[in-house]
Write a protein that binds this ligand. Structure first.
Ligand code: HEM
Length: 413
């Protein structure tokens, strides 16, 4: 059946253009406003006025992610494909690929199981040591100058290097630097970059890595995926390794930077961290409640006609998981205050396709080490601009700063 819902059509009335929203302001207020206006499931328009649903309620996001027989991951069931141009900006996120991200049921359990087992065997002490070494090298590259822009010089570079090191790429090789650069371009292209060519080079390099590790396995994620009794093919391993690295990099980098922002701008932490009372761990957790890196995730596709939050959902409809909105849902925070010491947020999603169990712990080790090493090496670090001058990236998907300029006493090395 053809879906006739276009902007303004009766089946998607009052739909809100998601890309036009003012995401730079305090997002928890924005999401509360959206929820009070539209309820827990809001009709929205993605780029190019493509209709979708934004799931804002904590209970509703929990329900959608827990019922993959109703709300599934294979984007090929989308009822809007005929309205989507080939160069649609969201294509990298929704275009079907034969990776763990888009598989379902038994096949997903097989693929995600291999990733989970491989990540479970990452030694957290070694990961902390490796992350500290990466942090030290990056800090040394700018410590003498007394100033740095931490997003590019630190957070992104560190998260990417930690991820590729876990997968068994040697840290100091030129090839690793090329891979890091190409991954950055394919995930987060700047003007003049060619993300498609960069993505092809990433695929070729990961293919070579898989071949090398088949010949000489080591104590790394790639080798464990190859040796897993599930017997994935090389093509499957390449697809899933790229998914692991890509899924690790952007959110971990933004988690580091959003935590540094909190520590450098919020007096509660500034005073207490130096006094040793409020920990970096508390700042990391508060960020997951208030400025979670993956603020919206696209998504799930309805398997059949159903209802959600009082809305009629049609088979093939796209649902965007409003993870940040769910975290600040007034149903769970009736007093208005958002944030707790517990980990009941939905920042790592929920259900079958959630961020696979050991990954949040590993991300925590990387992010915590990144923040602690920086504060340790540059104890008098301060923002180089007024807090109000920091700007958030105009992205509805990832919450992170455009830049984080800092200054400190230059360190003679
Ligand atoms: C070591 C770092 C990390 C690794 C290796 C990792 C790995 C992954 C993988 C493989 C998936 C796909 C799961 C699937 O489709 O079955 C995933 C999904 C996801 N991850 Fe992570 N991740 C990391 C860090 C993070 C961080 C820091 C966040 C946010 C705070 C995050 C949030 C998510 C979310 C929201 C999803 C989507 C889940 C869904 O579809 O419901 N991840 N991650």
């Amino acid at each position: 059946m053809t879906d006739h819902r276009t902007p303004g059509s009766p089946a998607h009335p009052g739909a809100l253009p998601l890309s036009g929203l003012e995401y730079q302001q305090a997002p928890s207020q924005l999401y509360r406003a959206l929820r009070s206006e539209h309820g827990p499931v809001a009709p929205v328009l993605l780029d190019g006025d493509v209709p979708a649903w934004l799931v804002l309620g904590y209970a509703e996001v929990g329900y959608v992610t827990a019922h993959d027989e109703l709300f599934a991951r294979d984007s090929r069931r989308w009822n809007q494909w005929e309205n989507i141009p080939a160069d649609w900006p969201l294509m990298p996120f929704v275009g079907y690929q034969p990776s763990v991200l888009f598989t379902e049921g038994e096949e997903h359990r097989r693929r995600a199981g291999v990733i989970t087992h491989a990540l479970e065997q990452v030694d957290q002490f070694e990961l902390a040591r490796d992350s500290a070494q990466i942090a030290d090298r990056l800090i040394s590259s700018f410590a003498g100058s007394g100033q740095a822009e931490l997003m590019s010089a630190y957070a992104h570079a560190l998260a990417m290097r930690a991820a590729v090191q876990m997968c068994g790429m040697p840290q100091l090789a030129d090839e690793t630097q090329d891979l890091v650069d190409d991954l950055r371009i394919s995930l987060d292209a700047h003007e003049g970059d060619d993300p498609v060519a960069a993505y092809v080079r990433v695929g070729e390099r990961i293919q070579r890595l898989v071949k090398e590790k088949r010949e000489r396995p080591g104590a790394d994620v790639t080798s464990r995926m190859i040796l897993d009794p599930a017997g994935l093919t090389d093509e499957e391993i390449v697809q899933d390794l790229i998914s692991v690295i890509a899924a690790a990099q952007q959110p971990t980098a933004n988690w580091i930077c959003n935590t540094l922002r909190l520590l450098l701008t919020d007096e509660r932490f500034a005073i207490n961290v130096s006094g040793g009372r409020l920990s970096v761990g508390e700042a990391l957790n508060e960020v997951l409640w208030l400025d979670t890196p993956t603020q919206n995730f696209i998504g799930r596709w309805a398997v059949r006609d159903t209802q959600l939050g009082g809305r009629q959902i049609r088979a093939g409809d796209c649902l965007v998981l409003g993870l940040a909105a769910a975290n600040s849902d007034p149903q769970i925070w009736p007093e208005g205050h958002v944030g707790a010491e517990n980990a009941a947020h939905l920042s790592f999603s929920n259900g079958e396709h959630r961020c696979p169990y050991p990954a949040p712990l590993l991300a925590d080790v990387i992010a915590r080490t990144a923040v602690e090493t920086l504060l340790d090496r540059l104890p008098d670090i301060v923002l180089a601009v007024e807090p109000g001058e920091l700007t958030w990236r105009p992205s509805i998907w990832m919450r992170g700063l455009t830049s984080l300029p800092v200054s400190f006493t230059p360190v003679v090395q």
